[in-house]
Write a protein that binds this ligand. Structure first.
Ligand SMILES: [Zn+2]
Ligand SMILES: [Zn+2]
Length: 276
């Protein structure tokens, strides 16, 4: 059987639209044979996903996507094949949970000053046991008719430089990589082209990443262009890293990104799953 990997996806445990089991069923229907659930700063969805994967005959890889601050850049580092029970990882997640909850209170306070009350209560309720993300605030603003699309919520209130933006210091690169490797996982730099780094900054980042134990880069994402794949492959070769593939699927409403709909990894690139 030919394996089809999708090593980056989100559920309702963070800002995804599908529950972990709905996500697994959809992945199976799309022909994925090995799926990693990588919710933002939480492992909450993994148990349910694991059970659903066993029922549907696909492989579930335990994952997480950790919000990281490096040199004033917000980076996303995916941890794959982690042991979710590892104590340093759990401590790290608790720390990030505290940061998120504090950020949510600050965002709500800023919205209140713009005469939009009740946001914190609403997003806490909507997130349930999962992580509060800015998407929850965007949904709230949409439901309360302050905006007419999610994007408008970011453009008018939540995005950088807007009235309800809160700058946040997440985990350090070193801490993130330590938590992932201590938990037996493989650390992967997610969607490298989204940070808009110059070649100079990308080289600095990858040196620091590699030095602290990082092992992979996402070469193929849901929307990678051939040029981006070539460029990322060059970085992989230069730093002796492994390549990952992941759609970063969040919701069926986004018609541009689907589970498992990924270009193949270039043959010269060693796949991250060789390390699992
Ligand atoms: Zn991300
Ligand atoms: Zn993601």
């Amino acid at each position: 059987m030919i394996e089809r990997y999708d090593l980056h996806s989100h559920s309702t445990a963070s800002d995804g639209a599908l529950s972990p089991s709905e996500l697994v069923v959809r992945a199976q229907q799309q022909g994925v044979t090995a799926l990693a659930l990588t919710d933002h700063d939480t492992i909450q969805g993994l148990d349910e996903a694991k059970q659903a994967a066993a029922l549907n005959g696909i492989q579930l890889i335990n994952g997480i996507e950790i919000s990281t601050t490096w040199e004033n850049h917000c980076l996303h580092i995916v941890g794959l094949n982690i042991n979710p029970e590892h104590v340093s990882l759990k401590t790290g997640i608790a720390h990030l949970q505290a940061i998120r909850s504090e950020r949510a209170q600050k965002i709500a306070f800023k919205l209140e000053k713009k005469r939009i009350p009740g946001a914190y209560e609403a997003v806490t309720l909507a997130a349930g046991k999962g992580m509060i993300t800015r998407s929850h605030f965007a949904d709230f603003l949409l439901q309360q008719n302050h905006v007419s699309t999610q994007q408008e919520a970011f453009d008018r209130y939540l995005g950088q430089g807007k009235p309800a933006y809160v700058s946040t210091t997440w985990a350090s690169l070193n801490d993130t990589l330590n938590w992932i490797t201590a938990a037996g996982g493989v650390a992967v730099l997610a969607h490298p082209m989204r940070y808009k780094l110059s070649a100079n900054w990308m080289n600095r980042l990858l040196s620091a990443f590699k030095e602290s134990g990082g092992q992979g880069i996402e070469v193929i994402t849901g929307r990678s262009s051939p040029e981006e794949i070539t460029l990322t492959s060059q970085y992989i070769k230069r730093y002796g890293l492994y390549g990952s593939v992941g759609s970063d699927f969040h919701s069926p409403a986004n018609q541009w990104v689907e589970l498992g709909r990924l270009k193949p990894l270039p043959e010269i690139i060693k796949p991250v799953w060789a390390l699992f």
